[in-house]
Design a protein around this ligand. Structure first.
Ligand code: ZN
Length: 214
């Protein structure tokens, strides 16, 4: 990750980075690699998408659902190419059967908790932490994918991506604390973004600290 963000290269905005990714993205080969795992890639024209069991209050810009063998991205959302990479990273976790993915498999305590249902508080927090670790691992893989994608360009500054990834990671303990899913995507919160590092992913303790100020 370190050699991806150097102070020597000029910083790219999140929008610029997304445009670069879009230009270089090989959707066909990505879809073929997903198909090996029997997963269908759906480019949804809307700005938001919902999984089978999500109600109106939830929803996101994209998801990978191994139960439905589907990776769906809301291409109505402007920076969808970066969301697609993130969801693809979840597919890679699933394929690899990585620990972070398996530990977060039973996340029902988190979802029930943020929907105000009766759940043991400790169980809710344990599920939140497992989800955080899973998302953090996915972001690590996404940053690696970005590095591979731009390997021929040499150094490329992805600090804008890392800052947003961190804001997203920090939203997990915040949601558990507030017992609700975010209304405004955390990566669009300027207040949160300025406090996020752009050269590394935050750990659980830092995320909890940021939830104090959110
Ligand atoms: Zn994710």
């Amino acid at each position: 990750m370190g050699d991806l963000c150097t102070s020597g290269s000029s910083p790219l905005s999140y929008q610029q980075l997304s445009k670069l990714v879009e230009a270089r993205l090989d959707i066909g080969s990505m879809a073929r690699r997903l198909a090996v795992g029997k997963v269908v890639l759906v480019l949804d024209p809307h700005r938001r998408v919902w999984t089978e069991d999500e109600d109106e209050s939830l929803g996101s810009c994209g998801f990978f659902s191994p139960d439905d063998f589907e990776l769906r991205v809301a291409i109505g959302y402007k920076q969808w190419p970066l969301i697609l990479l993130h969801e693809y990273a979840h597919f890679l976790q699933w394929r690899a059967g990585c620990k972070a993915w398996l530990n977060a498999k039973d996340d029902s305590a988190f979802w029930s908790w943020i929907q105000g249902k009766r759940v043991n508080r400790e169980r809710a927090w344990a599920a939140t932490r497992a989800l955080f670790m899973c998302e953090r691992d996915a972001e690590r893989r996404t940053i690696k994918l970005l590095g591979k994608m731009f390997a021929d360009l040499g150094l490329i500054d992805v600090a804008s991506y890392i800052k947003r990834a961190n804001a997203y990671l920090a939203s997990y303990p915040t949601m558990t604390k507030q017992r609700r899913w975010y209304k405004v995507p955390p990566y669009q919160s300027k207040k949160l973004l300025v406090n996020m590092p752009g050269d590394r992913l935050i750990n659980w303790r830092e995320a909890c600290r940021h939830s104090e100020i959110a």
